[in-house]
Every structure is written in structure tokens, then in C-alpha cells.
Design a protein. Structure first.
Length: 179
């Protein structure tokens, strides 16, 4: 049953869109146009993003990630590094999640990875420039000054909570963090 649900939903979606165009049902046609726009946008961004993620996996050494983001690293500097990385992430969370997995698999602390995910959602440079052009630089600076400490605090709290609960996410084979 589970394996047949997705094809059935795709067929229903196709029928809905087809009937919408035949009957002139505007909401259905808008849904189809929005889906096509989104799909084209993804096909433009994701191939380049995944090439960059692949290069990141190959070029950034495991020892470097462990030294700067691992268990023995300075907490403050680890967050500075992930904030800089998050600010330059292009493609939103579609790219941030694979990068986060790469950081984790190379030995970054879970708290730092959570901080990267949160920061990549709120402090990307293109998004901040766009926001500042509409709402003003003062607003953007205040938003970042409030948001970033909250992201860091919440990632530390969540990491500590998961640690207390004994939660351990398995890393890929042979990629245990080096102490």
C-alpha cells in the first residue's frame, strides 16, 4: 500500500491540473503554474549547489572540521566559523541540510551543526541585503543581533538536552569523531 500512495497522488494531481485547464478553473491553473515555477527554480539551483557540496566534502579535510568545529574546539570560535559559513550559503535550506550533514559526518559537534542550520535560515548575505534594501539596515542589524544569540543559545540547549537523554546520531561508517 505504501509504495502505491505516491504514484496515486501524482496521478490525482495530474488529473486535477488537467481538468483545471480544460474547465478553466483558475485556482487549479495557478497551482500548476506555481509548481512549474518552483520546479524550474529548483532545477536551476540544485545542480550547482550539489556540485559545491561535493567539492566541500572533498576539499575540506576531516581534521580541519574536527579542529575548528569538533568536541575539542573553542565553542565561541566554532560558532564564528559556522556563522560565516551560514552567511555564505546560497540556496537556502535545500543546501544547508546537506552541508550540515557533511559537517556532522566530518566530526562537528551536534550543537554546532544545529547552530549552522539555524544561522543559515536567518543570516544569509543575499537575504540580509535584500531585507536591508526594503526595511533598512538598522532593522536588519537589530534582527541579526537578536536572532543570532537566540540561535546559538537554542542549539546549545538542544544539544545539552539530547546529550542528557543519551541521544546519539550515528555517523557514516568509519567517520567516528576523533578526540
Amino acid at each position: 500500500m505504501k509504495g502505491r500512495l505516491l504514484p496515486a497522488l501524482l496521478v490525482l494531481y495530474g488529473l486535477f491540473v488537467g481538468v483545471s485547464f480544460i474547465a478553466g478553473f483558475d485556482p487549479g491553473m495557478d497551482i500548476a503554474r506555481n509548481f512549474a515555477d518552483f520546479a524550474l527554480h529548483m532545477f536551476r539551483i540544485l545542480p550547482c549547489a550539489f556540485v559545491l557540496i561535493g567539492l566541500f566534502e572533498v576539499w575540506v579535510k576531516r581534521e580541519t572540521v574536527i579542529r575548528h568545529l569538533g568536541e575539542g574546539s573553542s565553542r565561541l570560535m566554532a560558532y564564528v566559523w559556522v556563522l560565516l559559513l551560514a552567511a555564505t550559503t546560497v540556496g537556502g535550506l535545500y543546501v544547508a541540510f546537506p552541508v550540515a550533514w557533511t559537517l556532522y559526518s566530518k566530526g562537528a559537534r551536534p550543537q554546532v551543526v544545529l547552530g549552522y542550520i539555524g544561522a543559515s535560515a536567518i543570516c544569509r548575505i543575499p537575504m540580509t541585503v535584500f531585507e536591508a534594501s526594503f526595511l533598512g539596515a538598522g532593522f536588519s542589524l537589530v534582527r541579526l543581533a537578536v536572532s543570532l544569540p537566540l540561535v546559538i543559545a537554542s542549539s546549545e540547549l538542544l544539544g545539552a538536552y539530547l546529550s542528557r537523554r543519551g541521544w546519539v546520531m550515528s555517523r557514516p561508517e568509519g567517520d567516528a569523531p576523533v578526540s
